[in-house]
Design a protein around this ligand. Sequence first.
Ligand code: LCS
Length: 394
Amino acid sequence: MTKDNKRFETTVIHEGYDAKNMHGSISTPIFQTSTYEFESAQQGERRFAGEEEGYVYSRIGNPTVSVLEKRIAALENGERGLAFSSGMGAISAIIIALTKANDHILCSSGLYGCTFGLLTLMKEKYNMSYDFISMDTKEEIRSRIKPETSCIYVETPINPTMKLIDLKMVAEVAKEHDIPVVVDNTFSSPYLQRPLDLGCDVVVHSATKYLNGHGDVIAGLAVGKKELLDEVSMTTQKDIGGMIGPFDAWLLLRGMKTLPLRMDRHSDNAEKIFDKLHSHPKVKNTYYPHDANHPDYAIAKKQMKRGGGVIAFEIDGTKESAQTFLNDLSFVKVAVSLGDAETLIEHPATMTHAVIPEEERLQMGITDQLIRLSVGLEAWEDIWEDLELALSKL
Ligand code: LCS
């Protein structure tokens, strides 16, 4: 149930939009406008002063975007949602809003490459620091919090290693120190995992992935308490300017309507493919959250409804073997991104996580043999036949 007592599958289709106010249009209209006429100069003054509700300029708000923001807020069970032109737009707006020069950020032991890039940039420009820790126990987290720690930043499952972090546990320690916890929920989507319900403070998404699901939009979303998100909306969103366009917001609203159906199908397919990969002689290690042998299986059962569509595995060989395997695939596409209808496969060490220096990358578990597979919506037997043929050539 979401906050208005409608089930997830209903909320994802209806929340935030009333056709009665839009000439009965069932599809949300696309307000392809950059600016809005005021009834008078005085009305313009009131809107700029924040004394009257209403649109002013589409970097600060747009009716199509507002529907998307209300919908994601309901799906994540948060007070306010904000939409951005990319996942990195959302992540940078939130991190910059929560931190200042000389602050420290405590991070999970692995992050998407560009999030790592952003932290490196902030370290160089604003003398900030960050630590990557496994977050396995409360004691470990407590011992690494510093007086200047202003944010705990967590990915779970972690891209691409599929390690998991116990969100309830992290939120409990963070509360002791009054430090906000930001969770990148891209890999699960709110259908499989809801960090705010577990006590975390802000959720960010690369909506480019499962939320949109069709590989045709770059977009980001953030959800959290109204007070913080109001501040983000009028500072790091407005003044840095990573606002989503109305057409992309509309595509995302359209894609999201089938999120529950797609996530279940991604999970069904991934479970089948995982079993096959797991017992293949050319595959060394396999990582999938809902595998009973996964070291974090207990966490997966507790906080994720299902395992989702991403599997990580290591080829029993070298970097060259991993690349040969990718080159021998036929309809499985060698491409970054994930969460699309198409099955996508990539080599994190040289692609999505190439910016991370080798030593840190290996500490995160991103070896040269590691492959990330985003299992699509095709017939799982066809996906497996393609993978198996390429593995047999190694
Ligand atoms: N967070 C996670 C976990 C991601 O995987 C990505 C993108 C982002 C944030 C950034 O979102 P974007 O700005 O691209 O919408 N991850 C990608 C990946 O693994 N392959 O290509 C992009």
